[in-house]
Design a protein around this ligand. Structure first.
Ligand code: XUL
Ligand code: CO
Length: 445
């Protein structure tokens, strides 16, 4: 905190690591222990937790039917915008430190409010980036990723890179150049592009082919600039199928992979997968992770959840060990998140107005993911599933299977072999129920 700032969370010193059955306080970790070794690596280094600046400190608790409920002092309508940004920064770093997370994430506009005109907005960002750098140095907290808000201002109503107006493309390019450089200045480990309004509301006024070319060009320019400035972090694209637009171009992992291939960008981008965006796309989070792992493009995770009865982005904190275990199992099998992490892109419910609710929410999310990591490690160590899968695909490792994938067989040669009568495959059980029981037995331990 700034030397004179009063703590915003005076009741909290540091969230303690407790024994798993300790019920003496609600605000303690029962599964998360940063130093605990899991598969030869510290828990903190597996999970690499990050708090998101936007939901946690910028969102006032408003929805389309009502005003903000959270009443944070820095949300006041008549305060000086930069003074409030500095107060928010103090509170944010107090929170990160007391919670004990190693990382945070931000949009340019989260840390520095937009002013009248580009130059003044950019100057505000520069000023706040230096203030953030000071806080990072003071606390040792690092930046998991930075990003640019290309969806809030009315100029982006019809998209940023995919806007029908090239001047909006130019404005977005300027903003991303600056946010990427700010991320670089702060030692960010990744830079995220979520396609905020890159999509359409109606096909009646939309040229899909043109917008796709624009998006391809934009992503190429960002990759080019990353190399030019020597930013060694990874570029990540975050899929979401709809909301705010009716259809978003980066709808899911498979759609982005196809897009990256078309524009020859597969080596430049990885994916930031958000749990509830997978749900909205009609996929499980496990599916999205497994698809990214299969294509070698898994980057990072935005951890939250939706509500099974609601079709919108409720951004609730994760609380299902069952769901997260299977996803983390896929992450571990794929070799982990590398320089990615678990960012809590999650917000409180509108009625959770006590500042301490922020701690309850994050502690619950961190414990859920830590417990899931432990269960996933067991699935891996005990080969609960892998042995069966290996055996199921063993035919592809040698003989006929290997010849097929290595291109040594043709339709004609395969036809000839089948016609001899030597090939007559017998169906085998997929054993789904048995495997589900095995997973449940690990979850119940
Ligand atoms: C929106 C969303 C964003 C991105 C960053 O649904 O998830 O907050 O994570 O722009
Ligand atoms: Co997100």
């Amino acid at each position: 905190m700034s030397p004179n700032a009063d703590p915003f969370f005076p009741e909290i010193d540091q969230i303690p690591v407790l024994e798993s059955h300790d019920t003496s306080t609600d605000l303690g970790f029962r599964s998360y222990d940063p130093d605990r070794e899991v598969l030869g690596k510290r828990m903190e280094d597996h999970l690499r937790f990050a708090v998101c600046y936007w939901h946690t400190f910028c969102w006032p608790g408003a929805d389309v039917f009502g005003d903000g409920t959270l009443g944070r002092p820095w949300h006041s309508a008549n305060g000086d915008a930069m003074a409030m940004a500095r107060q928010k920064l103090d509170v944010a770093f107090e929170f990160f430190s007391k919670l004990g997370v190693p990382f945070f994430c931000f949009h340019d506009r989260d840390i520095a409010p937009e002013a009248d005109g580009y130059r003044e907005s950019a100057a505000r960002l520069d000023e706040m980036v230096e203030a953030v750098a000071g806080k990072m140095e003071e606390t040792g907290i690092r930046l998991l990723w930075g990003t640019a808000n290309l969806f809030g201002h009315p100029r982006y109503a019809a998209g940023a890179a995919t806007n029908p107006d090239p001047e909006v493309f130019a404005y977005a390019a300027a903003q991303v150049k600056h946010a990427l450089e700010a991320t670089h200045r702060l030692g960010g480990e990744n830079y995220v592009l979520w396609g905020g309004r890159e999509g359409y509301e109606t096909l009646l006024n939309t040229d899909l082919r043109q917008e796709s070319l624009q998006l391809g060009r934009f992503l190429a320019l960002v990759a080019e600039h990353k190399h030019k400035i020597g930013f060694e972090g990874r570029l990540l694209i975050e899929p979401k199928p709809f909301e705010p637009t009716k259809h978003q171009y980066d709808s899911d992992v498979a759609a982005i992979f196809a897009f990256l291939q078309k524009f020859d960008l597969v080596d430049q981008y990885k994916i930031n997968i958000e749990v509830n965006h997978a749900t909205l796309a009609g996929k499980s989070f496990q599916h999205e992770i497994a698809t990214a792992v299969a294509h070698g493009i898994l980057g990072s995770v935005d951890a939250n959840r939706g509500d099974p009865q609601n079709g919108w982005d409720t951004d609730q904190f994760p609380n299902s060990v069952e769901e997260m275990t299977l996803a983390i199992y896929e992450i571990l099998r794929g070799g982990g998140l590398g320089s990615g992490g678990f960012n809590f892109d999650a917000r409180l419910r509108r009625q959770s107005i006590d500042p301490l609710d922020l701690f309850h929410a994050h502690v619950g999310g961190m414990d859920t993911l830590a417990e899931s990591l432990l269960r996933a490690a067991t699935l891996l160590e005990e080969e609960t599933l892998q042995g069966f899968v290996d055996e199921r695909y063993a035919g592809w490792k040698s003989g006929l299977g290997r010849e097929i994938v290595e291109g040594k067989q043709t339709l004609e040669s395969l036809h000839a072999e089948v016609a001899t009568g030597k090939i007559d495959p017998a169906p085998r059980s997929g054993r789904q129920e048995l495997l589900e029981n095995r997973v449940n037995s690990v979850l119940r331990r």
